[in-house]
Design a protein around this ligand. Structure first.
Ligand code: ZN
Length: 302
């Protein structure tokens, strides 16, 4: 029998997060004082995850649920609250300025020079996005992948800290010190990533199957060219359009993520005489992974 605390309550604060990278963030701030469980298990897609019964049971003992604003939460957060009404739900995406999920190739790109103008997003490189982008006007779907840029993670870190202070105020000074250290790590990482892409101003485009890297691209002046269209494989005509575009731009690598099918990606890669390469948007070693991904993107930029 293990009786950790004097009053029989566990030593660590049990918390849940939606996806693996959040575990990295929460452990940075909570250190040994937290026990983190991840809802979307490694290898599963975060976009349509179905919690396991044992996870629902584990939620009953959880103090905080850290949401991140991905699709499955829309369906499940309410049920999580029903399973444990005492649990604090923290929306770590609160305060993050969301960008639109861009589909690169679309019907209205046909004809006029619209494609050449919008596809390379000169306004995006300048750090602006939104109103003037015809893609966002037509789709308006917000990009959920906010955990893949140090800049947007800084906002999430603040929300994570706030949650821990609310449920465990006794350890305020530890959490605040850890938080400050984590912010410094993020600032340093941001500078390192800037360094990776320094001098690549003329080469900005990289092609991915699943468009998870929008915030990353925005932060470092890159252009993400997605194969997937709003979560679906492209239709044959769209696929052909993509292939032509990739050829014109000299793209030779199609990046795929381990969580998604790669059939269309392989088709494109073969057609452009290129290859596929893996990048993981859900790695636990979050910081090392972002540096690795940056190097891979840089090598493939066109
Ligand atoms: Zn995704």
């Amino acid at each position: 029998m293990m009786c950790a605390g004097a009053d029989g309550s566990p030593k660590e604060v049990p918390v849940f997060v939606s996806i693996v990278p959040q575990r990295y963030f929460v452990e940075k701030i909570g250190g040994d004082l937290v026990d983190v469980s991840v809802m979307v298990e490694p290898g599963a897609s975060p976009h349509d995850y179905e919690p396991k019964p044992r996870q629902m049971a584990a939620l009953a003992k959880t103090k905080i649920y850290y949401a991140v604003g991905i699709e499955f939460e829309k369906v499940w957060l309410k049920k999580f609250c029903d399973a444990n009404p005492e649990m604090l739900v923290v929306h770590t995406e609160r305060g993050v300025e969301k960008i639109s999920l861009k589909t690169h190739h679309h019907d209205q790109d046909k004809g006029e020079d619209a494609h050449g103008k919008t596809a390379h997003h000169p306004e995006k490189a300048a750090g602006k996005h939104g109103e003037k982008d015809p893609h966002s006007l037509h789709h308006g779907i917000k990009d959920p992948h906010i955990w893949l840029s140090p800049v947007t993670v800084m906002v999430q870190a603040r929300n994570i800290l706030r949650g821990l202070l609310a449920v465990d105020p006794d350890h305020r000074s530890t959490y605040e010190a850890n938080y400050k250290e984590f912010i410094i790590e993020l600032v340093d990482l941001d500078a390192d990533l800037r360094e990776v892409f320094a001098g690549e101003e003329g080469r900005t485009a990289f092609m991915v199957f699943h468009p998870a890297w929008g915030y990353f691209a925005d932060a470092y002046g890159l252009e993400q060219v997605p194969v997937e269209i709003e979560g679906k494989d492209p239709k044959p005509a769209e696929l052909q359009y993509l292939i032509d575009h990739a050829k014109k731009q000299g793209i030779r690598v199609v990046f795929v993520t381990p969580q998604f099918s790669t059939k269309s990606a392989e088709t494109v890669a073969k057609a452009i005489g290129g290859q596929i390469a893996f990048v993981n948007p859900l790695a636990l070693s979050w910081k090392a992974n972002l540096i690795e991904v940056a190097e891979k993107f840089r090598a493939a930029l066109r």
